[in-house]
Design a protein around this ligand. Structure first.
Ligand code: EPZ
Length: 417
């Protein structure tokens, strides 16, 4: 099991470039099977999850070539075969093959992982959406067989604006007869990224990025290209690192509109930065102020930056409160943060209190999940002494070239076996 070893308290300067968004890319690959024959996806991040998706697509007899950060996909000789459990349970986002293959073939067989370590994360909203479109869903243990003689478009109301369900139903609706309307749709940027790809295939999609999305089903699509948006969560993570250790650190690939809630919160904490075009310059800030953070669906404060900002708030003067409204178990990083000297206290399932400022000391810690691991990595970068993060693969899943990017801006960090 690989580990990350960090010598803390090094100022960081120079430039770091944000890669393509994991949460867009993992949906764009399955969506590519809906193109007529060929598609190209630019700015694909180099992370493990992409490797798993490529394996599944090659199993479906898609031809995939990688040139730099672009994937050239040919689905003209594709076969709809059951997706084996050992592949599809590696990552949750394999569930996007449900919508894509249902639209293309009217049938999909796939296993799906249950919850994960940040919460139960059911997919009832996805399943209800497929059934509303006329599909039959059989579930035996965690094996899903979804079939549809015919998918018929209709208005579907989401009880919760689920990102995954919005994308999955959008994909399925492309194969439905007539128009599908998703009411109470998620508005995250990744929805817009996927919708743009479908539009580039000649599919009529309107309203992506709003709460109401209209998709007109079609059997005819063209070849298409798309570029993956820069990763708003990766950029938020590096911005938080810059606020703690930056020395005129430049972060390239910022889309302000995608991280507005974070930027407003950082100002409230007393953090200064300059954004020029797509590049932010940020330096270490003193006298950070304690604040309240409440995670919400987009455009609210993103849950995926809750754990990273928790580490920042251990350095703020006073008592901060973090309220996590999306997941029921997303404070697992606080155990090791406290072992490093932070004072955090889980008040309720969804509420965390953080008292600061506190000097952190390096020690051995374990990454519990992707963003919890990012929180511990940030703690290691600011802590005195050495921090060793076990189970670091969970972090490398969501941050491409993590240690190289950090080494290039001056961090003393390496991956050891
Ligand atoms: C996506 O997960 C992201 N993952 C998550 O990022 C992110 O935290 C989440 O959106 C919210 O922004 C990918 O895009 C691969 P949801 P997703 O459906 O689609 C409940 C990361 O760190 N829910 O909006 O699964 C669910 O349990 C990851 O990069 C249902 O109850 O998010 C959760 O509490 C973590 N039933 C909430 O909604 C459903 O059918 C948000 O889920 C679907 C979801």
């Amino acid at each position: 099991m690989s580990k990350i070893t960090i010598e803390g308290q090094n100022l960081l300067s120079g430039e770091v470039k944000i890669s393509g968004a994991k949460n867009s890319a993992v949906a764009l690959l399955p969506a590519a099977v809906l193109a007529n024959k060929k598609s190209v996806i630019y700015n694909v991040p180099e992370i493990k999850d992409i490797g798993y998706l490529i394996e599944i697509m090659e199993l479906l007899n898609c031809k995939i070539e990688q040139k730099d950060d672009a994937l050239y996909i040919d689905s003209s000789k594709m076969k709809n075969v059951p997706i084996p459990e050992e592949l599809s349970v590696q990552m949750r986002a394999s569930y996007y093959f449900m919508g894509a293959l249902l639209a293309k073939y009217g049938k999909v067989e796939i296993s799906f992982p249950g919850g994960c370590n940040i919460g139960a994360r059911p997919i009832d909203i996805h399943i209800k959406g497929f059934e509303e479109l006329g599909a039959k869903v059989e579930i035996v243990k965690n094996r899903y067989t979804i079939t549809a003689e015919k998918l018929v478009g209709k208005t579907i109301y989401f009880d919760f604006p689920s990102v995954g369900a919005t994308i999955n139903i959008m994909l399925a609706a492309t194969g439905a007869e007539g128009t599908t309307i998703i009411e109470n749709a998620a508005m995250e940027p990744e929805i817009v990224n996927v919708a743009s790809f479908l539009i580039n295939m000649g599919i009529e999609v309107r309203g992506a990025g709003t709460k109401r999305i209209e998709i007109v089903g079609t059997r005819k699509t063209t070849d298409a290209v798309i570029e993956v948006f820069p990763d708003r969560i990766e950029s938020g993570t590096y911005i938080i690192i810059g606020a703690l250790l930056g020395d005129n650190l430049k972060i390239k690939g910022i889309i302000k509109e995608h991280i507005e809630a974070l930027l407003i919160k950082l100002k409230e904490i007393g953090i200064d930065f300059v954004i020029d075009g797509d590049t932010m310059t940020i330096s270490r800030c003193e006298n950070l102020r304690a604040v309240k953070v409440k995670t919400l669906v987009f455009p609210g404060f993103p849950t995926d930056l809750q754990q990273p900002i928790t580490t920042l708030l251990t350095q703020a003067k006073g008592k901060s409160i973090v309220e996590e409204t999306l997941y029921e178990n997303r404070f697992r990083n606080t155990y090791d943060l406290n072992r490093m000297g932070a004072i955090t206290n889980i008040l309720t399932l969804n509420k965390l209190e953080i008292k600061g400022p506190r000097k952190l000391k390096g020690t051995n810690v374990i990454a519990t999940d992707l963003r919890g691991g990012a929180s511990l990595l940030i703690a290691g970068l600011i802590a005195e002494g050495t921090t060793v993060i076990e189970n670091c693969d969970v972090i490398l899943r969501g941050y491409s070239h993590l240690t190289t990017k950090l080494q290039n801006i001056g961090a003393k960090i390496e991956i050891t076996e």
